[in-house]
Design a protein. Structure first.
Lengths: 320, 536
């Protein structure tokens, strides 16, 4: 494996990890506030569909991004209404949203565009362009540093850079601000927050708003990358992001490493589609399944003790 | 600090305070009523608490103390009545309003975020701005002042989960003081403390009182009322039955006011006549799931017709000892029942096998281990004994009619109210729930009864009954192993007392030859010889 191949695999890792990272951070905010968010998958899908549809109609991916974020936010608020306001079961609400997204995107897509549930292909100008950082072309031919800078660091979309910036920003918000302190507290012991005179409901909704925006960005990224919406295009990324969240022990920097790892697995699976070992050829399907298999192995064996936010999954009911 | 807080208070909470009379009571409730459906939790309650005094509120579970405090702290809105702070009527719609009216609450179950530091917990909800750094710095200096002033020392950077319960409680008090509370309400504050910690708490409260703070102490422990309060109000069935000067009353009078009839505060029992060795424990060790050794090689024995009381601060291995004996925790060592060894691991070490051998168990936590709260009383009454042939109709069906009849009979005998086998366990009061568990275990006529915290969360009236039942069982020649964190209970029920600390037995004493002071020192792990001297 030469240097350039490694750079290419890493470049592809960053591309594939971007939606995972955004989704993982969405889950992080939500779960840190004590709302279990298995509906990440549904939000991702809804955002991807609305972004794809809006971008193909208007020709602007930025309007697509707005639509995607709006769709994801709407789903997030339904989740909040069901599980915070009406104190319903957070898992059931989330799973219901996943089903809703899976069905609704296809039905609406079919009746709107008549393309079997797809949205029309997005032309290049209606997708996120690659940002070339300063001097990237000038440095491209410099040995070693050139490919690293030109291929790996430069040339990603705006959303990728935003996702990467979201990591330190999330850390700062969670650990350095009043909002972050209260958010973390409400996920651990909401009655402590309540008796301190702070609204549990408002904090949890605020967390879901952040989660909705981040998921909306991730969904839009997917639609842009694949040049349009395709049925079930989130392909379990919402769940992988949840797995990464556990792997990351609900911390922003760990979330970056965890999603990069999952991105790397996917990149390797994509690149080496058929490997021949002597007479035996490893089937393509196995390589495609590899990231998922490794997810199970990593979660089962290597996470160590991951302590979730203690109040996660339980609606807050005032005690007498 | 106190000067500064006074100024802050007047500027925010009571802008018109200057018009109030100087000697206005710190807090006054007038005609507070609150109903939950048909249940009248508070009926026309009026209290006046003078500034700089300690006022006790005493009453049985369900007497309405907690409801009253919830109204004061903005959890509920009263149906009728008004609240006056320093002579001004205030509306307390939520906790925020209570805090800005100068009320601080220390709940029975602490409202702390376990994996936050002390500082973070103190500032939570009372931060100065969007960023934490300045708030934390300010809290650090203020905390230092407060600790010096009131003997409230606690490491500001320690995580709550690493602190002892006594220190966690100090954090709760600090939280209230940081919010400039003038009126401090403590709900059952000593339930989780060692005697030494409780003494320290009382000294802190004395200090706060001297600084002009007003303290309301809610408790069911008569001794504490007598020890620390200036005035005391008694609640019964939602009503305030009396408010008296503590100096003018006696524990017996207060107990009568609480229950509505004369209550025996001391357990009436004859001297024990111990018989054969029933339970022998040698070098028992228990390692928990986290790999921590909880029981570190203890030796104990209990004879027939004897109550062995094990006292200690919660979490010193008593729970694990009961679990091993009850058959749901593994251990190493030797345990003999009636001279025959019982298995500590393997398939013959489960609860079923223990019951078959004649060990009955009233677990410490009746909600988690003693009962299934959503099941009806008759179903709960048969758990653990559901394999007994008398409850089987045939190979597949159980004889529900027989179980219900048995339940009805036990309920009458143990005075469970209401005696309705079809009521769900959760709808009984704590005392009646405990009677259900007790009836189930005692009626099986065990050789050995394990009983943990028999009267936790139980009313005075029911405590009397439960204690009598335990003594009856002893007089019937059974061996009883009693675990309790209530020193009073241990002292009055036990025929012999063993003190547990850090998984070891610190020593054994006869109730007639020891006292709370000595036991308290042993519970705190102070060496046996030393405590002996101090106790005398």
């Amino acid at each position: 494996m030469d240097y350039l191949t490694i750079i290419q695999i890493l470049d592809s890792t960053v591309r594939l990890a971007t939606p995972l990272l955004l989704t993982c951070l969405a889950g992080l905010f939500s779960e840190r506030a004590g709302v279990v968010d298995i509906g990440l998958e549904g939000k991702l899908l809804a955002a991807a569909f609305l972004a794809g549809a809006a971008a193909s109609v208007t020709g602007s991916i930025w309007i697509g991004l707005l639509a995607g974020v709006a769709g994801s936010l709407a789903f997030s608020m339904i989740h909040g209404l069901a599980s915070i306001t009406f104190k319903g079961d957070q898992l059931i609400s989330g799973v219901a949203l996943n089903f809703l997204a899976a069905g609704l995107t296809v039905v609406v897509g079919q009746s709107w565009f008549k393309l079997g549930g797809r949205t029309p292909s997005l032309p290049t100008e209606a997708r996120f362009g690659e940002w070339n950082l300063p001097f990237s072309d000038a440095l491209a031919d410099v040995p070693f540093i050139g490919p690293l800078y030109h291929e790996l660091i430069s040339g990603h979309t705006a959303l990728t850079y935003m996702a990467l910036l979201a990591v330190p920003l999330s850390w700062w918000v969670l650990y350095r601000t009043r909002f972050g302190l209260r958010l973390r507290a409400v996920g651990e012991n909401p009655s402590a927050v309540d008796t301190a005179g702070v609204s549990v409901v408002r904090l949890r909704f605020a967390a879901l708003v952040i989660a909705g925006v981040l998921c909306g960005m991730a969904g839009t990224y997917l639609a842009s990358l694949a040049a349009g919406f395709v049925k079930d295009m989130s392909a379990g990324r919402g769940y992988i992001a949840l797995a990464a969240l556990i792997f990351a022990k609900w911390r922003p920097w760990y979330a970056l490493s965890a999603t990069m790892l999952f991105g790397l697995l996917e990149a390797i699976g994509n690149r080496y589609q058929s490997i021949t070992m002597g007479d035996f050829t490893i089937p393509v399907q196995f390589m495609q399944a590899l990231p998922y298999i490794l997810t199970v192995i990593i979660l089962a064996g290597f996470v160590g003790k991951a302590i979730p936010p203690r109040a996660g999954g339980t609606p807050y009911v005032k005690e007498r | 600090m106190s000067v500064q807080s006074e100024a802050g208070r007047q500027a925010t909470a009571a802008p018109t305070a200057s018009s109030a009379p100087i000697d206005a009571p710190a807090i006054e409730l007038r005609g507070i009523s609150k109903a939950f459906g048909p249940v009248q939790a508070n009926k026309d309650i009026s209290i006046t608490v003078k500034k700089g005094t300690v006022h006790g509120i005493i009453g049985e579970n369900g007497a309405g103390k907690s409801t009253l405090m919830s109204i004061l702290y903005g959890f509920y809105k009263a149906d009728a009545g008004t609240i006056h702070i320093k002579g001004q009527e205030v509306q307390i719609a939520d906790s925020q309003a209570a805090i800005s009216a100068g009320i601080g609450m220390v709940f029975q179950h602490f409202k702390l975020v376990e994996n936050f530091t002390v500082l973070e917990n103190v500032i939570l909800g009372a931060e100065d701005g969007g960023l934490l750094k300045p708030s934390l710095a300010k809290a650090r200096t203020l905390l230092k002042q407060l600790s010096d002033e009131y003997q409230l020392s606690v490491d500001p950077d320690a995580l709550i989960e690493d602190l002892s319960v006594g220190h966690q409680q100090r954090v709760e008090i600090l939280k209230a003081l940081y919010r400039q509370a003038d009126i401090l309400i403590l709900d059952e504050p000593t339930g989780v403390l060692t005697p030494a910690e409780a003494d320290h708490l009382f000294r802190i409260l004395e200090g706060l009182k001297e600084q002009g703070k007003t303290i309301i102490l809610i408790t069911h422990k008569l001794r504490e009322i007598m020890e620390i309060t200036d005035t005391v109000s008694v609640m019964r069935r939602g009503e305030m039955t009396a408010t008296v000067q503590t100096a003018d009353t006696t524990p017996e009078d207060l107990a009568e006011l609480m229950v509505g009839r004369k209550v025996l505060l001391h357990v009436e029992k004859k001297p024990a006549t111990p018989g054969a060795q029933i339970l022998e424990i040698e070098n028992l060790r228990v390692v928990d799931e986290q790999g921590v050794e909880r029981v570190k090689g203890i030796d104990l024995h209990v004879r027939a017709g004897e109550i062995l009381g094990i006292c200690g601060v919660a979490g010193n291995g008593q729970t694990e000892l009961l679990e091993v004996l009850g058959g749901y925790q593994t251990g190493t060592g030797t345990i003999r029942l009636n001279g025959q060894e019982i298995d500590l691991t393997g398939k013959n070490s489960d609860g079923q096998s223990r019951r078959a051998r004649g060990i009955s168990h009233v677990p410490e936590d009746r909600h988690d281990e003693g009962l299934i709260l959503n099941f009806q009383a008759w179903e709960n009454m048969v758990f653990g004994y559901h394999h007994a042939p008398e409850y089987q109709k045939n190979r597949f069906l159980m004889d529900n009619a027989a179980i219900k009849a048995m339940t009805q009979e036990s309920m009458t005998k143990f005075d469970v109210r209401p005696p309705n086998p079809k009521l769900e366990a959760k709808s009984f009061s704590g005392g009646n729930q405990q009677k259900i568990v007790l009836a189930r275990e005692i009626e099986r006529n065990p050789d050995l009864l394990l009983i943990g915290q028999p009267t936790r969360g139980v009313d005075i009236g029911a405590i009397e009954f439960i204690h009598q039942q335990i003594v009856h069982l002893r007089d019937a020649g059974k061996a009883i192993l009693l675990v309790s964190v209530e020193l009073d209970e241990i002292l009055s029920l036990s025929d012999r007392i063993a003190v547990m600390f850090d998984g070891k037995i610190m020593g054994e004493r006869l109730p007639s030859e020891t006292n709370e002071g000595e036991l308290g020192l042993m519970m705190a792990g102070i060496a046996e010889e030393k405590s002996r001297e101090a106790g005398q």
